[in-house]
Design a protein around this ligand. Structure first.
Ligand code: AMP
Length: 170
């Protein structure tokens, strides 16, 4: 099964010049969805126990939850500012224009826990870097950042000082 066949390119969304990688065809196909989650879970280094899988709002929640189930790990959502109900730790990071803020519950990761971070796309790496920082500030150990796809021409991997895996590389 070729996962690439289920990624739809949308030019100029959400703004001119962006080629948006739409994963909804992948989510809508049962076999492709299962295969994607299986492959991403298998990226995890053997013999490394993962305690928590983080999914980044919002597309990272879907397959992140499936990876957590496969790794016998808990699932932790990282959300945009103001969405989480309990005490949070926040991290602001630069976007192409302006900045954004991500939040995690302060009790979501215990010190020393092994964490896998998942999102659909690695672009410039600012989002994933902010989540790595949040995990490390809570005392967690980031074992891997894993993505359905990474956009290599944006060099997002260079921002991350942890192992990075992706099913598809553009
Ligand atoms: P970045 O912080 O630049 O690595 O951007 C990553 C975040 O933006 C992820 O949550 C992605 O879902 C989203 N994103 C960035 N670029 C794209 C793209 N071309 N297609 C779909 N999602 C994208």
């Amino acid at each position: 099964m070729n996962i690439q066949d289920f990624i739809r390119d949308i030019p100029d969304f959400p703004k001119p010049g962006i080629l948006f990688k739409d994963i909804t065809p992948l989510l809508a196909n049962h076999k492709a969805l299962i295969s994607c989650a299986d492959q991403l879970a298998n990226f995890c280094p053997e013999h490394t126990k993962i305690d928590k899988v983080i999914g980044i709002e919002s597309r990272g929640f879907i397959i992140g939850g499936m990876i957590a189930e496969r790794l016998d790990a808990g699932f932790v959502p990282v959300r945009k500012k103001g969405k989480l109900p309990y005490d949070v730790k926040s991290k602001s990071y630069g976007l192409e224009y302006g900045e954004d803020t991500l939040e995690i519950h302060t009790d979501a990761i215990a010190p020393g826990e092994h964490v896998l971070i998942h999102d659909d796309v690695l672009a410039t790496g600012g989002t994933a870097k902010a989540v790595c920082d949040l995990v490390q500030e809570l005392g967690g150990v980031v074992v891997q950042c894993n993505f359905i796809m990474k956009l290599d021409f944006l060099n997002g991997k260079d921002k991350l000082s942890v192992p990075v895996s992706a099913l598809l590389n553009y």
